[in-house]
Design a protein around this ligand. Structure first.
Ligand SMILES: Nc1ncnc2c1ncn2[C@@H]1O[C@H](COP(=O)(O)OP(=O)(O)OP(=O)(O)O)[C@@H](O)[C@H]1O
Ligand SMILES: [Mg+2]
Length: 237
């Protein structure tokens, strides 16, 4: 089982959106072997759980089970229980916007922590707190805990000067950045009102749904590519 957590102490940066896009894109019906996905919704505002409820209410087929009401004391047992069942290929964990104990437990059991951030300097500082927490956890337990920053809600048309500046700073500090950003797209809000996946949304006149779908697929692939890269690096070490 591969466990991917979405973490950042900054609220509203896109953790739940990224978690939903990753889970739904991985679980989307496709030819060949279908990955089995599970989600832990550890965000007290329970938006991912609400998304699943909305989906069920609209009569859409469930793509995965969402486990909610997980607290710091139960996080490790919940993750390990799902792993022991042996029925999950990808476990996606949506975390609350704090640096609380529960976040540390989830990160400590993750194969990859995705740290969403917007292209703003203020967010970058908050995102750095998440990466420092991952590094502290890795040091404490003497294990390799890969993480990657993922730019979210970026302008679909242009790359701002602030965005370029943050990328240069991250590169200067050899911090990992996901190769694909999740752009600012209204489709990524619509999935929550519709209880749908981006791939299920119907195209509008502007053609923006197709762009959001392509971006969601490319973003998910970039996460898988990063995971593969971080695993081959740790095996070689
Ligand atoms: N790429 C995007 N395009 C458009 N809207 C987005 C995008 N990412 C997030 N949003 C919107 O921004 C708001 C915050 O996003 P989200 O809930 O995913 O953040 P979060 O980090 O999980 O927040 P919290 O810390 O409160 O849990 C939501 O209204 C969401 O619909
Ligand atoms: Mg959230």
């Amino acid at each position: 089982m591969i466990t991917i957590s979405c973490a950042s102490p900054k609220g509203g940066v896109g953790k739940t959106t990224v978690s939903t896009i990753l889970a739904t894109t991985l679980a989307a019906p496709k030819s060949g072997r279908q990955p089995r996905v599970r989600v832990i919704d550890a965000d007290p505002s329970a938006n991912l759980t609400r998304w699943a409820d909305e989906r069920a209410g609209k009569g859409r087929a469930a793509l995965f089970e969402v486990t909610s009401d997980v607290v710091a004391e139960t996080m490790i047992d919940t993750i390990d229980g799902i792993e022991e069942e042996g029925e999950t290929d990808f476990l996606i964990i949506d975390l609350e916007g704090t640096a609380g104990e529960i976040v540390g437990y989830a990160i400590g059991r993750s194969d990859l922590t995705v740290i969403p951030m917007s292209a703003s300097s203020m967010d970058a500082r908050q995102a750095a707190k998440a990466s420092q927490l991952v590094k502290r956890m890795a040091k404490t337990f003497k294990i390799d805990l890969p993480y990657v920053f993922a730019f979210c809600r970026t302008n679909a048309a242009i790359m701002t000067r602030e965005h370029k500046g943050i990328i240069s700073q991250l590169e200067a500090h050899e911090e990992p950045v996901l190769a694909v950003d999740l752009k600012e797209r209204s489709a990524y809000r619509a999935i929550f009102t519709e209880g749908a996946t981006v791939l299920e949304l119907e195209e509008n006149k502007s053609g923006s749904i197709a762009k959001a779908q392509a971006n969601a697929v490319a973003f998910t692939q970039a996460v898988l590519d990063y995971l593969a890269k971080s695993r081959s690096v740790s095996e070689a070490a």
